[in-house]
Design a protein around this ligand. Structure first.
Ligand code: MG
Length: 160
């Protein structure tokens, strides 16, 4: 790979479910529902992982961390992000910046975003200024918001 910059994007969608935790960007958010998934169902972290993998054309999260593999059952998605970062650095790349959007009607994301940025910045070896997390609602137009939450991420990688 000779290009010094690589861009990737990721998209993830999880269903709301009773009796599950809501974890986004490694932060547990108090809410009456959580997200369904084999792992901790951290849709934001999954979108970021797909953006990082996509930037280097390494496939997707399902290829590297299959949800059929019992070792990932209930796992902390930040561990998957750590493993992804090892793949990125093994290829000589570093994260430049990340920009994400969470789409959900509820709960309010704003109070939790600073901690998400802090956790993700530490893990991606960048400063908080390099991690942007935005949240928006669907206005009931895009999809049925009571059914799920989606997250999108773009990532810029660079090599020296
Ligand atoms: Mg996912």
């Amino acid at each position: 790979m000779s290009v010094p910059f690589r861009i990737g994007y990721g998209f993830d969608l999880h269903q709301w479910a009773e009796g599950r935790r809501l974890v986004l960007g490694g932060v547990e958010i108090p809410h009456e529902q959580g997200l369904l998934g084999h792992s901790d169902a951290d849709a934001l972290t999954h979108a970021i992982i797909d953006a990082l993998l996509g930037a280097l054309a390494l496939g997707d999260i399902g290829k590297h961390f299959p949800d059929t593999d019992p070792q990932y059952k209930g796992c902390d998605s930040l561990d998957l992000l750590r493993s992804t970062m090892k793949m990125i650095s093994a290829r000589g790349y570093q994260v430049g910046n990340i920009d994400c959007t969470i789409v959900a009607e509820r709960p309010k994301m704003a109070p939790h975003i600073p901690l998400m940025r802090e956790k993700l910045a530490a893990l991606l070896n960048v400063t908080i200024d390099e991690i942007s997390i935005k949240a928006t609602r669907t206005e009931h137009v895009l999809f049925e918001p009571e059914k799920g939450l989606l997250a999108m991420a773009t990532a810029l990688l660079y090599t020296n």
